[in-house]
Design a protein around this ligand. Structure first.
Ligand SMILES: [Zn+2]
Length: 460
C-alpha cells in the first residue's frame, strides 16, 4: 500500500511506517522501496543524533548530499523536521550551515497500561516525553464489552482536556496483563481475564479512535521502558518482573525483548513452585502467581492474624462476637504499609511471597544469566522487605557465577513504566529502535549504490 492508494495526505507520509511496518526493507529491490527506506533512515538519524547539518546527515547515512537535501526538503514540508539555528562556527571558513532538528511535537502518541485493577494512560510527543497523564482504578473482570468503551471514553476525555489535536495522534500502544499471541495479535486464554481471550482489542480501539493500535504484554512494555529510560539502561540481558494481582515477566535478551516462538515468553507467574499447591487461574496447581500474587499475600497476612486485634476491639465495642476479617476489606497496599510499620503477620506474608518469588527467580538466573532483575507492580512497593529475601533465595539457589552478576532492585519508572513502554513501542514501530544506525546506514548506502548502478538516471 503506497501513500497515494491509502489516501493519506502528504503531510502524514512519515507516519506510514506504523501502518506498513517495513521500516527499512531488507528487500529494497525497487526504487520506491529504496526511497522510502532512505526517507526513514534520514529521519531516524535526525531524530537520534540531531540537530545535524545536511552534510553531517549525508556523512552519517552514507547517502549523497543531493539525496539528503531532497529528503530533508520533503520532511520539512511534512513538518516532522524543522530548521533551527546555525552551527556556531563554519567547518572551513565558509557559510555556517543550518541545522536540521527533529520536530518531536509533530505527533502525539498514546500509551495505555490496562492493569487488572488499575489503568494508566499517557499522551507523549515523538520523543516519549509525557504531555498528559491520567490513571485510576480499573476492573478487567467487567469484561471487554464494558472496559473497552470506558477506555475509549477516557482516551477521548484526556485528548480533549489536554487540548490535543486528534489529527496529530499517530498511534496507540496498549499493554495488557496476559499472553499476547504475536501472530493473532490478541490475548489467548489469559488467566484471570475471563472474556478477554480472542477479543480483537486492537481492531475495536482502531475503529473507535481512527489510529493504528499496537498491543503487547504489559511486562514486555515495562521492560522496554526500563531499558530505554529507567533502571536497565545499557543492560543487554535483564528481567523486569511485575508482581501485582498476577506475576509477569518481560525478558530482554541480547538487547531485544524476547517474545519466544509465538509471543508469549515470560509467563513467569506460571512456574510451578509448590507441587500440588493451590489451584491457579491457569488451571494448574502451585504456580508462583497462585502462592505469591497480591491476593495471596493478603490471604497469608489475614490467616497469620492481621486485623484480628481491630476486629475484636470493634466487635467488643459493639457488644458482638468478633467475625473473621474478610479479604475484600483489606488490600495488598494496606498489608504492605502494615509490614513496613513492622506488623508481624504482614511481615511474614510479604517475606513468604518474596522467598517463593526468589526460588522461581533463581531458576531464571541460572537459565538466562541476567545482569539486572527489576521488581515492579503493587507488591514491589514493599521495597527492601521484598527485595532482600529475593536476593537471599537467588544467592542460595542459583550458581554463584550467575547470581553474583544479577543485581536485584526496584524498577525506576514505577506506575508509568508500562504506559511509557506502550508509547515507546509505537515510536519504535515508526522510527525503529535507537540502535544500529551505522549498520542500517551501511545497508541503505549499499541499496542506493545498487539501485544507482541499475538505473539509467540517478537522483544526482
Ligand atoms: Zn498458573
Amino acid at each position: 500500500m503506497t501513500n497515494s492508494d491509502a489516501g493519506v495526505p502528504p503531510s502524514l507520509r512519515w507516519r506510514d511506517a506504523l501502518v506498513r511496518p517495513t521500516v527499512v526493507s531488507h528487500r529494497a529491490s525497487d526504487l520506491h522501496d529504496m526511497r522510502e527506506a532512505n526517507n526513514t533512515l534520514v529521519l531516524r538519524v535526525i531524530r537520534q543524533h540531531g540537530p545535524l547539518a545536511r552534510v553531517a546527515i549525508a556523512r552519517r547515512t552514507g547517502l549523497s548530499r543531493t539525496t539528503v537535501s531532497s529528503i530533508v526538503d520533503g520532511l520539512l514540508a511534512e513538518g516532522v523536521v524543522r530548521e533551527g539555528e546555525t552551527l556556531s562556527a563554519a567547518p572551513s571558513g565558509g557559510r555556517r550551515p543550518t541545522l536540521v532538528h527533529f520536530n518531536e511535537s509533530a505527533g502525539v502518541i498514546l500509551g495505555v497500561d490496562i492493569g487488572r485493577t488499575h489503568f494508566t494512560l499517557l499522551a507523549t510527543d515523538l520523543h516519549a516525553h509525557v504531555i498528559a497523564r491520567q490513571s485510576g482504578p480499573w476492573d478487567t473482570d467487567l469484561g471487554p464489552d464494558v472496559c473497552l468503551p470506558r477506555l475509549i471514553g477516557t482516551i477521548r476525555q484526556l485528548i480533549s482536556e489536554s487540548q490535543l489535536d486528534w489529527d496529530r495522534v499517530v498511534g496507540v500502544g496498549v499493554g495488557i496483563p496476559g499472553p499476547v499471541d504475536a501472530t493473532l495479535n490478541m490475548l489467548v486464554a489469559p488467566p484471570r481475564m475471563a472474556g478477554w481471550g480472542g477479543v480483537d482489542v486492537t481492531g475495536i480501539l482502531r475503529a473507535a479512535l481512527g489510529a493504528p493500535v499496537l498491543l503487547n504484554n504489559d511486562a514486555n512494555l515495562g521492560a522496554l521502558a526500563e531499558s530505554r529510560y529507567g533502571a536497565a539502561i545499557g543492560a543487554s540481558d535483564f528481567a523486569y518482573v511485575k508482581v501485582g494481582t498476577g506475576i509477569g515477566c518481560g525478558l530482554v535478551i541480547d538487547g531485544k525483548i524476547y517474545r519466544g516462538s509465538s509471543g508469549v515468553a515470560g509467563e513467569f507467574g506460571h512456574f510451578t513452585v509448590i507441587n500440588d499447591g493451590p489451584l491457579c487461574d491457569c488451571g494448574n496447581r502451585g504456580c508462583l502467581e497462585a502462592v505469591a500474587g497480591a491476593p495471596q499475600i493478603v490471604r497469608l497476612a489475614l490467616s497469620a492474624g492481621y486485623g484480628q486485634g481491630e476486629a475484636t476491639a470493634r466487635a467488643t465495642a459493639n457488644g458482638k462476637a468478633p467475625q473473621p476479617t474478610q479479604d475484600t476489606e483489606v488490600d495488598v497496599a494496606e498489608v504492605i504499609q502494615a509490614a513496613l510499620r513492622g506488623d508481624p503477620a504482614c511481615l511474614s506474608a510479604v517475606r513468604r511471597a518474596a522467598e517463593l518469588i526468589g526460588v522461581a527467580l533463581a531458576g531464571l538466573v541460572n537459565l538466562v544469566n541476567p545482569s539486572v532483575i527489576l521488581l515492579d507492580g503493587s507488591v514491589s512497593r514493599a521495597g527492601e522487605l521484598l527485595l532482600d529475601p529475593i536476593r537471599e533465595a537467588i544467592r542460595e539457589r542459583s550458581l554463584l557465577a550467575a547470581s553474583r552478576a544479577a543485581r536485584v532492585q526496584a524498577s525506576a519508572l514505577g506506575d508509568s513504566a508500562i504506559a511509557l513502554g506502550a508509547a515507546t513501542m509505537v515510536i519504535d514501530a515508526i522510527f525503529g529502535p535507537p540502535v544500529a544506525i551505522a549498520h542500517v546506514a551501511d545497508e541503505a548506502a549499499g541499496a542506493e549504490a545498487r539501485a544507482t548502478a541499475g538505473t539509467a538516471s540517478s537522483e544526482d
